[in-house]
Design a protein around this ligand. Structure first.
Ligand code: IVH
Length: 775
C-alpha cells in the first residue's frame, strides 16, 4: 500500500469542505480502503504496511471528511471501530466492555489544548495520572470471582481473539487473584510486551535455529501470543512455552466493573497491585498540567532508560467520577490522551533505488540501504512511494541519508546529508517498463502520480502478489502458500512457462507441476530478489528435496508416500528427485482449502475494496459466488457493510473475462463456492434457517469441513456454533481427534453425530435426522 501521496496530504478542512457529495464519498471509500487494509494486515497478519504518521494522517483526514460531510460515514467506518475484524486463528471472544483506543497528540501545545478542553468541561482541580505508553499488544483478562476465565486480544474492540491457553504460560499473569473482595466480573486491561533485552535474546535464538527474526518487540509479542499449538512437536512446544513465559504484562485499566470501591485511577492501580497484578513502576500523579508536561519531556529524553520500548506517554484524568462526566467518543475516551514521541532518526548509506511491482500493479521505488539499527530493529529497505517522492526528497544513489523509525513504524527516508556528497552520487531514473514483464508503465488515469504495470492478468509480479494473497490468513489461509511458493509457482527461473500464469489454475495444480521448479527468493516487502552471502541471487528448489531411487516411470503424486531415498542410486535428471514435504503439504492444503468458508474465497479473488468484512457480509447474504455474480448493483449495495462503492467494484470485476475464468476454474476443480445449507440470497440466514434455535458443537476432524467451515455452515443455517459443550448444547458433531468435548457430551447425554449426519443437519435441519425432540 505505502501510499505516501495521501499520507503527506494534510487534513485540509477547506479542501474537503469543497468536495461535492460524490467526490466526498469516493474519498471516504478510498481512505477506508487504505485504513482497513492496514488494520487487517496489522491485526490479522502482524504486518506493518504503513508508518504511524501515514496511518494517523488517513484517520484524521477521514474524521475531518465525516465531520464535514456526515452523510459519507457508513456504519462500518474505521472511525467507529478500533482494530480490524477479529483474526481467524483463535476463537472469537466478546469483550464485556468495549476496548477503546486513545486519541493522539504530537506536541506540547496539542497536549495543553487537550488539558484545557478537559478543564473547560469539568472545571479545575483535575489530577493527571501520567504513565508510559508501552509498545506492546493490548490484552483483556476476564476475572470472575478472582479466577482468570479468559484472555483476549483487542480485535476490533468489541470482539477479540481468545488467547487464554497461551496467556496461562505468561509468568506474570496470575490465574487466581491474591487478596479478597474480588468482583463477580472484571476485565483487567493491559499491555503485553518483551523487554528490549528479552527481545534481543529471542532474536538471537531465532537466528541460531534458522528461524525468522522478529522486526521489533511488538511483533515478537504478538507473534508469541498468537501461536498455534496444533502440529507442534515437543521441542517446539517447549520453545513456545519458554517464549510465552518471558512475556511481561503491565496493567493499565479495568472494564466491566461499574462501581469499583475506589475513586481514582491511581487507586485502581493500587487495588490491582494488591491482587498480584503487575502495575507499572513508572506512573505518577501530576497535580498540574505543567507537571504532566515535565513528565512527558523527561521520558522524551530518557525513553531508552526504560527496559521496554515506549512510543509515548499516556495521560489520564485521575478522578474516576470525571471519566463518566467526560465520556468517550466511539473510538477513544475524552479523559485520556496519548502523547506520541517523534520517531527517531539515524544516518545510513543509500546503496540503490530499485523498483518493484506489487499485487495491484503499482510500481514502487525502494531505497536499498546499508543495514542500520534504528529504534530497536535493523532496517535495510524503505519505500520511496513513487518517482515524485524520490525527487521531492532530493536523494541520489550513493548519498548518506537520514532515516527515521519509531518503535512500531516502518522506516522512512527523510533526505540526504548533502555536505557528505563526494560527486560519485547519481540520480535515480524511473524505468519506463515494468521490471518484471516489460510492459510500459503508465498512470491508471490521467493525473495519477503512481505508475502501474497494465498487464494485470499475467504480469508475474501481480500474479505472484495475488497468489500470495490467496494463501494469506485473511483469505484462504493456506499453510505452505506463502512468499516463496507463490514466487515459485508464478515466476520460477525454470520451467520457462510457470505452473500458474494466473491464479485460475491454482486448484488444478498437480505434483508434476511442482516438480521441476527453481526460484529466486524474493523479499516479502519489496518483491525484490534476495542476495545470498556471495551477492548472488538466493535461488532454491522449494519443492524438491533429495535424489531418490528411480521412480520406475511413475510420476510422484501427493498421495503416494516418498519412495525410499537411495543416495547411491544412478542419477537420472529431474526424474531423480522426489517431491519435498513442502510440495505434499501445499497440495494437501490446497485440497483442504476447497471446502473453506465462502467469504474466504471471496477475499481470495482480490476484488478491489473487498476485505474480510464485506466478504463475510456478502457470503452470509447471498450464500454463493454465483448468487453474488448474478446480483445487481442495487442488491449488492443494499447488503449491510457493502454499499455502492464495493458494489461497483464487484460488478466491474465480474465484467472481465479472465476474472470469471478464475471463478469457473476453481469451481470446476472442486472448490466449494457456495455455503452448504444456505437458504438462498436475501433469506437472512442468521434467523429462520433450518437450524434456528439449535446449538451445535463441532469437534475433531469432520470430513469435508475445516473447523471454521463447519462453524460457518452452522451459522449460515441459522444455528449457534458453540465452542464448549454444556447442557444447552443440542448436538455434538464429532470426528476423528475429538477429545474432551466428546467425553463431556457423553457425560451429559447430548446427541453425538458424525460428519455425514452433520451434513444432513446443516442442510436439512434436525428433523431430517429423526428421533430428535427439539430444543
Ligand atoms: S490506556 C481507554 N495506557 O495504546 C484507554 N493504553 O494507542 C485504553 N497502550 O489501545 C488504553 N500503553 O493498547 C493505555 N499506559 C497505557 C498504554 C496503553 C500502551 C496501548 C493500548 C491502547 C493503545 C492506543
Amino acid at each position: 500500500m505505502n501510499d505516501a501521496s495521501s499520507a503527506s496530504a494534510m487534513s485540509d478542512d477547506a479542501e474537503l469542505a469543497r468536495l461535492d457529495l460524490d467526490d466526498a464519498r469516493a474519498e471516504a471509500a478510498r481512505l477506508t480502503d487504505l485504513i482497513v487494509d492496514a488494520r487487517d494486515a496489522y491485526y490479522g497478519r502482524d504486518e506493518v504496511l504503513v508508518d504511524d504518521a501515514t496511518y494517523d494522517g488517513w484517520m484524521q483526514r477521514l474524521e475531518a471528511l465525516e465531520r464535514l460531510h456526515p452523510e459519507v460515514q457508513g456504519q462500518d467506518s474505521p472511525t467507529l471501530s478500533v482494530g480490524a475484524a477479529s483474526g481467524t486463528l483463535f476463537a472469537p471472544v466478546e469483550h464485556a466492555e468495549r476496548m477503546l483506543s486513545l486519541d493522539n497528540v504530537f506536541s506540547e501545545d496539542e497536549f495543553r489544548a487537550w488539558a484545557a478542553r478537559v478543564q473547560r468541561d469539568v472545571g479545575a482541580g483535575v489530577h493527571y495520572l501520567c504513565e508510559l505508553k508501552i509498545d506492546g499488544l493490548a490484552l483483556s483478562l476476564r476475572y470472575e470471582h478472582g479466577r482468570l476465565v479468559s484472555a483476549a486480544t483487542r480485535g476490533d474492540g468489541r470482539v477479540g481473539e481468545d488467547v487464554t491457553e497461551n496467556v496461562r504460560d505468561v509468568a506474570g499473569i496470575p490465574l487466581t487473584l491474591a487478596g479478597s473482595g474480588h468482583p463477580g466480573l472484571v476485565e483487567v486491561r493491559g499491555e503485553v510486551f518483551f523487554t528490549v533485552a528479552d527481545f534481543q535474546s529471542l532474536n538471537a535464538y531465532q537466528e541460531s535455529m534458522g528461524d525468522r527474526l522478529f522486526a521489533n518487540p511488538r511483533n515478537a509479542a504478538s507473534g508469541s501470543l498468537r501461536q498455534k499449538r496444533e502440529g507442534k512437536n515437543e521441542r517446539q512446544l517447549e520453545a513456545m512455552h519458554e517464549r510465552l513465559s518471558r512475556l511481561r504484562l503491565t496493567v493499565h485499566g479495568i472494564g466491566a466493573w461499574p462501581n469499583p470501591p475506589v475513586a481514582t485511577q491511581s487507586e485502581v492501580y493500587g487495588l490491582l497491585e494488591s491482587w498480584g497484578l503487575p502495575v507499572s513502576r513508572y506512573f505518577t500523579v501530576a497535580e498540574s498540567v505543567d507537571a504532566a508536561a515535565d513528565y512527558i519531556r523527561h521520558y522524551g529524553e530518557h525513553r531508552h532508560d526504560v527496559e521496554h520500548e515506549i512510543d509515548g506517554v499516556v495521560v489520564k484524568v485521575d478522578e474516576l467520577a470525571l471519566h463518566d462526566e467526560l465520556g468517550a467518543t466511539s473510538r477513544a475516551p475524552r479523559w485520556a490522551i496519548a502523547y506520541k514521541y517523534p520517531p527517531e532518526q539515524v544516518n545510513t548509506k543509500l546503496l540503490d533505488i530499485v523498483v518493484s511491482v506489487g499485487r495491484t500493479g503499482r510500481a514502487t521505488p525502494f531505497a536499498v540501504m546499508e543495514p542500520a539499527r534504528v529504534a530497536g530493529s535493523v532496517v535495510r529497505q524503505a519505500t520511496l512511494h513513487n518517482q515524485d517522492v524520490v525527487k521531492a526528497k532530493g536523494v541520489l544513489i550513493g548519498d548518506t541519508i537520514v532515516i527515521r523509525k519509531a518503535g512500531d513504524v516502518i522506516p522512512e527516508v527523510l533526505g540526504p546529508v548533502v555536505e557528505l556528497r563526494d560527486g560519485s552520487e547519481r540520480a535515480f531514473v524511473m524505468p519506463a517498463n515494468c521490471p518484471e514483464c516489460g510492459s510500459p508503465l503508465a498512470p491508471a488515469k490521467e493525473g495519477d502520480i503512481d505508475l502501474r504495470c497494465p498487464n494485470t492478468r499475467s504480469c508475474p509480479a501481480q500474479v505472484r502478489g495475488r497468489v500470495e494473497h490467496i494463501g494469506s490468513r485473511g483469505a484462504l489461509d493456506i499453510e505452505g502458500l506463502g512468499e516463496v511458493s507463490a514466487a515459485a509457482l508464478t515466476h520460477p527461473l525454470r520451467p520457462e512457462v510457470p505452473p500458474l500464469v494466473t491464479e485460475a489454475g491454482l486448484f488444478d495444480l498437480r505434483a508434476e507441476d511442482l516438480f521441476p521448479i527453481d526460484v529466486e527468493v524474493r523479499d516479502a516487502e519489496t518483491g525484490l530478489v534476495r542476495l545470498d552471502a556471495d551477492g548472488e541471487p538466493d535461488a532454491r528448489s522449494p519443492f524438491r528435496r533429495q535424489r531418490k531411487a528411480p521412480l520406475e516411470g511413475r510420476a510422484p503424486t501427493a498421495s503416494r508416500p516418498d519412495p525410499v531415498f537411495d543416495p547411491d542410486g544412478p542419477f537420472d535428471g529431474d526424474a531423480d528427485f522426489i517431491l519435498s514435504a513442502a510440495a505434499h503439504e501445499l497440495l494437501e492444503n490446497l485440497e483442504r482449502a476447497k471446502t473453506k468458508e465462502l467469504w474466504r474465497f471471496f477475499v481470495a479473488l482480490s476484488i478491489r475494496h473487498v476485505g474480510p468484512v464485506a466478504a463475510r457480509a456478502l457470503a452470509q447474504w447471498f450464500g454463493s459466488i454465483d448468487a453474488i455474480r448474478a446480483a445487481s448493483r442495487e442488491e449488492l449495495a443494499a447488503v449491510e457493510g457493502v454499499g455502492p462503492i464495493i458494489a461497483d467494484a464487484i460488478i466491474d470485476w465480474f465484467e472481465v473475462d479472465w476474472h470469471v475464468e478464475i471463478v469457473d476454474r476453481w469451481a470446476a476443480a472442486g472448490a466449494q463456492l457456495a455455503t452448504p445449507g444456505h437458504p438462498g440470497p436475501g433469506a437472512a440466514p442468521a434467523s429462520g434457517g433450518v437450524l434456528e434455535g439449535v446449538t451445535i458443537v463441532a469437534t475433531g476432524t469432520l470430513e469435508g469441513y475445516t473447523r471454521e467451515g463447519a462453524q460457518e455452515a452452522i451459522i449460515a443455517a441459522g444455528g449457534k456454533a458453540a465452542s464448549s459443550v454444556s447442557k444447552k448444547t443440542d448436538f455434538v458433531a464429532a470426528g476423528p481427534g475429538a477429545g474432551s468435548k466428546l467425553a463431556k457430551a457423553e457425560e451429559l447425554g447430548i446427541r453425538i453425530i458424525d460428519a455425514a449426519q452433520f451434513r444432513v443437519l446443516v442442510e436439512q435441519g434436525p428433523a431430517a435426522l429423526g428421533e430428535w425432540s427439539g430444543a
